[in-house]
Write a protein that binds this ligand. Structure first.
Ligand SMILES: Cc1cc2nc3c(=O)[nH]c(=O)nc-3n(C[C@H](O)[C@H](O)[C@H](O)COP(=O)(O)OP(=O)(O)OC[C@H]3O[C@@H](n4cnc5c(N)ncnc54)[C@H](O)[C@@H]3O)c2cc1C
Length: 233
């Protein structure tokens, strides 16, 4: 599959989320040619080009990687966005709950309930099994339904959408955003958010971007990133 064929592709993430690649600018060769402060077409052949790209990654010569841009449309729950938008080097545009009303199914229902890790206040380990987990899920869905009912009731009384949304279960609401970033800053995001310490609800988005969009678009960069950044010896 060519990189151009990836544009418009949508990958499902979590229960109702997705990532769609909207646009790409550049490829591995654009990075190599930027490092040569040259122009497209000035390749020295695949072997030398790839070697140079690996050198750039190994020695953190980062600016050539900024020559490649990715633009995604992403649907994710607020619990994911809460962490994603901390990455200041991306450009974002968000759906607005002030303009568009939410729909009944716009809430994240986790597939399982992770347990609090004993030795890390920010982490989870293991899952709640059996009827207790099923009951929690049923309670959560009922909680969403009640919140949505109150939201609709407020709207029907003429309350502004920007206020009625106070009734919605905040962290669970799905929002759609546009995210644009370059390959250097995307790798920084992927490094932090694909890590085991990252929360599952953002980790699955980072992994999906890496596997489905980053690797096919920048195969040499992805290989060098795995060797020198993700799994350094
Ligand atoms: C596992 C994990 C746990 C976290 N826990 C918390 C938490 O408990 N509380 C919390 O508030 N945050 C938390 N964060 C968020 C974290 O502190 C960062 O805000 C987030 O990861 C974005 O990283 P960044 O600033 O490197 O990325 P970006 O904002 O994309 O910036 C990329 C790089 O650009 C440079 N840069 C960008 N802006 C500036 C600036 N203004 N000044 C100087 N250099 C700049 C820095 O070198 C930075 O590394 C957590 C992140 C992770 C991965």
């Amino acid at each position: 599959m060519t990189t151009r064929n990836l544009i418009g592709q949508r990958i499902d993430v979590l229960d109702k989320g997705w990532i769609e690649l909207q646009d790409i600018m550049g490829d591995d060769l654009a990075i190599v040619n930027a490092a040569r402060a040259s122009f497209l077409g000035e390749s020295k052949g695949p072997e030398k080009d790839k070697k140079l790209l690996f050198y750039l990654m190994e020695h953190r010569h980062t600016t050539p990687f900024e020559m490649v841009e990715f633009k995604f449309r992403v649907r994710a729950p607020l619990v994911t966005w809460w962490q994603w938008v901390r990455h200041r080097t991306a450009s974002y545009n968000s759906q607005s709950g002030r303009y568009s009303p939410f729909a009944e199914g716009d809430f994240y229902v986790p597939a399982e309930w992770r347990l609090q890790a004993a030795d890390n206040k920010q982490a989870s380990e293991g899952v709640l099994t059996g009827p207790q987990g099923e009951q929690l899920t049923a309670d959560l869905v009922a909680h969403y339904a009640r919140g949505f009912e109150l939201y609709e009731q407020a709207l029907s009384q003429g309350v502004a959408r920007e206020m009625a949304r106070l009734f919605l279960p905040g962290f669970a609401v799905y929002y759609t955003w546009i995210v644009k970033t370059d390959a250097h800053n995307l790798m920084h995001f992927l490094h932090l958010r694909m890590a085991q310490e990252a929360q599952y609800e953002i980790r699955v988005y980072a992994q999906a971007i890496f596997e489905h969009f980053f690797k096919p678009t920048l195969p040499w960069t992805a290989e060098a990133f795995e060797r020198f950044v993700l799994n350094p010896r």
